[in-house]
Design a protein around this ligand. Sequence first.
Ligand code: HEC
Ligand code: HEC
Length: 379
Amino acid sequence: MHKNIILLVLFLTFTHAVMAVDLANGERINKNCAFCHGIYGQGATGRLSPRLAGMPEFYLRKSIADYISGKRINPTMMQTSGLAQMRQQDIEDVIAYLSSLEIARDQHFNIPQRTPGNPENGEELYMDDCKTCHATNGMGKEKKEAPQLAGQHPEYLFQSIQMFKGRAREHADDPDDETFDDYSDQEVLDMIAFTTTLDDALVVPGERFIPPRPMAARPPVTMPPAVPLPPRPVPGGGLRITDITQTVAQMELKPGVTREDAVQAMLSKAVELNLRLVGSQEVSAELESRGVETPFLAIYQFCNPMDARTMIINNPIFASYMPCRISMVEDAQGKLWLMMLNLDMLINSQLLPQEVVDTAIKVNRQMLDIMVAGATGEF
Ligand code: HEC
Ligand code: HEC
């Protein structure tokens, strides 16, 4: 009797452990996630792009389930990632892939101290109140279902704690959790300043992250040394073509959403995100005024001057991506689509400085937010 139970437990543990995951499939699905989380799941500065790389599988599984069930709310992610429509196996594959990305050993991906806060004070508070679940080294504890805080972007952590305080998200699986009620914003910043120091211990000097190559056909590549792009186009050098496949992200307007609704929603979203509408062209209207019949086409241009500055200081060639555009275009069936350039060639590049990649993830993410607002008419 006892023996049977032990055998059964062994059997269940074993079958669970050997359930095959397809990392190549996970890598493919991750392209959807890369839009906002970065191609290596590295996330970006700002509250909207948490790091997923290297997070434990149990936590990724739980949080994805929470978004799908509506316990955690993230409409843009649910409308664009495809998570709600995926087979459980696909979800397992992308979880395994993201969890396998060990970027924390690479100094490049180390989260720098950039929020105001006193790490010494934060350490005291953390050791009193957080370490039982999130562990002394900040790596979290599976048996408490607590994720790692080390290596997470500080703005996202701050935002999450604000959500816990406002009961917009449940902390520690307890709807009545009061962990953060008595902390001032300064104390929260102090704790985050401390957790930001914790990933320093994970860095292996000189080590560079090489993304796994689940598509085994390709031999493992060694990372080329960071080659700085030429500072400016060679004067009189003629046209230069960069041969990188460009991809376009597109969404159809939801039934019932009119052109006017879509434009209004995009403009409101842009204001919310601090992006400026710097131009718009009613291309088809202009043609029609000349008596030319044409499918609908309008182009809206957005820009955040500070991001533009970051990019061109790194390299003036990035001016060619500016301003960011969303086009509204009618297809042969009379359906309206919104389209934008996916900045994935910047995001996926191994040659660009982290600051540029970070900005590209942020801009991509914000443009996508605007596009989703337009396509759904919700903002
Ligand atoms: C449109 C942008 C966007 C896309 C695309 C996207 N995410 Fe997210 N994701 C976010 C944002 C923003 C958050 C943080 C939301 C919050 O505070 O709950 C998040 C949070 C998460 C979290 C929780 C992280 C944590 O620390 O709790 C997981 C897990 C996650 N996303 C997985 C994925 C996966 C897997 C995909 C691709 C299949 C994906 N996301 C695609 C924007 C996106
Ligand atoms: C009783 C265990 C427990 C304690 C104590 C605890 N946490 Fe948590 N914490 C959790 C769990 C569980 C989660 C995951 C919540 C979820 O599933 O969405 C979490 C999530 C978080 C998150 C969100 C992380 C993410 O990736 O989204 C932050 C930030 C956080 N905790 C900070 C803290 C801080 C700071 C303290 C100390 C003041 C603390 N926690 C104390 C269990 C705990």
